[in-house]
Design a protein around this ligand. Structure first.
Ligand code: URA
Ligand code: SF4
Length: 215
C-alpha cells in the first residue's frame, strides 16, 4: 500500500451533499496536520451560507481556542471596531481562518501565538476551499499575510497590494489588508491609531463594493 508522505484535511471532509453545519461537524474531528494535538478544539468559520462577504484570518488565538469561535479575543475586538467604523455589519458576513486550530508556544501560564507553517496552511486549505465553494461570496477579504499568502503564494506582500481588488478566481472581488492583531503590535499609540485608520480605509473599499453590488 502506498504511504501518504504528507497529510492534509481532505480525508476528513464529509461525504455527500455539503452544508456548513456538516462541514463544521466534520472539521471538529480533523487530524489533517499535527495542530489538533495540542489545541482545545477546531475553530470553524461562522456566519451564513448566504453571506456576500467572507473574511479570512490566520488562525484562532488563545481566546478563540477556548470559545470555539473566530475573532472573539483582542484581535476580534479590533476587527469589530474596524468593521463598525467602515459600516459593515459582522452578522451579515462569514468569518473564518486559513488554519482552524490554534498553534502556540507555552510560556509559563501564557499560550503565545505561533505563526503556522506553510505546510499547515496547505493542510488546512481543503476546509477553506469547501467553505468558499458553498458560500460563493462576491467578496473575499484576506486579513494579514498568512491568509493572503495562502492564496497568492509566499512572495505576496500586504504592504504592496492592500486595499485594492486583486486578480483571483476565489471571488469577483478579492482584497487583502492588514491583520487586526498587527494593530495591537504597533509600537505606540500614534502608530496604533494610524494602522487602525489604514485598516478601516481598506474596509471602506470593501463596503463600497458591497453597496455598489446591492444597487
Ligand atoms: N486571529 C486570527 O487570525 N483569527 C482569529 O480568529 C483570531 C485571531
Ligand atoms: Fe485539520 Fe486544519 Fe486542524 Fe490541521 S489545523 S488538524 S488541517 S483543521
Amino acid at each position: 500500500m502506498a504511504t501518504r508522505k504528507t497529510s492534509d484535511a481532505e480525508p476528513f471532509l464529509p461525504e455527500g451533499r455539503r452544508t456548513l453545519p456538516k462541514l463544521r461537524e466534520a472539521a471538529a474531528h480533523c487530524q489533517g496536520c499535527d495542530l489538533y494535538l495540542h489545541a482545545t478544539q477546531t475553530v470553524f468559520g461562522e456566519g451564513s451560507t448566504g453571506a456576500r462577504l467572507v473574511f479570512v484570518g490566520e488562525q484562532p488565538g488563545d481566546m478563540e481556542d477556548r470559545k470555539g469561535r473566530p475573532f472573539v479575543g483582542p484581535a476580534g475586538r479590533v476587527f469589530d471596531r474596524a468593521l463598525e467604523a467602515a459600516g459593515i455589519a459582522r452578522d451579515t458576513t462569514y468569518v473564518t481562518n486559513a488554519v482552524k486550530h490554534f498553534k502556540f508556544e507555552e510560556r509559563g501560564k501564557a499560550r503565545l501565538h505561533k505563526r503556522p507553517r506553510a505546510g499547515e496552511v496547505k493542510a488546512c486549505r481543503p476546509w477553506l476551499s469547501a467553505e468558499l465553494e458553498l458560500i460563493r461570496p462576491e467578496i473575499v477579504v484576506l486579513l494579514g499575510a498568512t491568509a493572503a499568502q495562502a492564496i497568492f503564494g509566499p512572495s505576496f506582500r500586504i504592504t504592496h497590494s492592500r486595499g485594492r481588488p486583486l486578480e483571483s478566481t476565489l471571488a469577483k472581488v478579492v482584497i487583502a489588508t492588514a491583520h487586526p492583531s498587527s494593530i495591537l503590535r504597533a509600537p505606540d499609540e500614534e502608530a496604533r491609531h494610524a494602522a487602525f485608520e489604514e485598516l478601516v480605509e481598506d474596509l471602506r473599499v470593501v463596503a463600497k463594493h458591497l453597496n455598489e453590488k446591492a444597487k
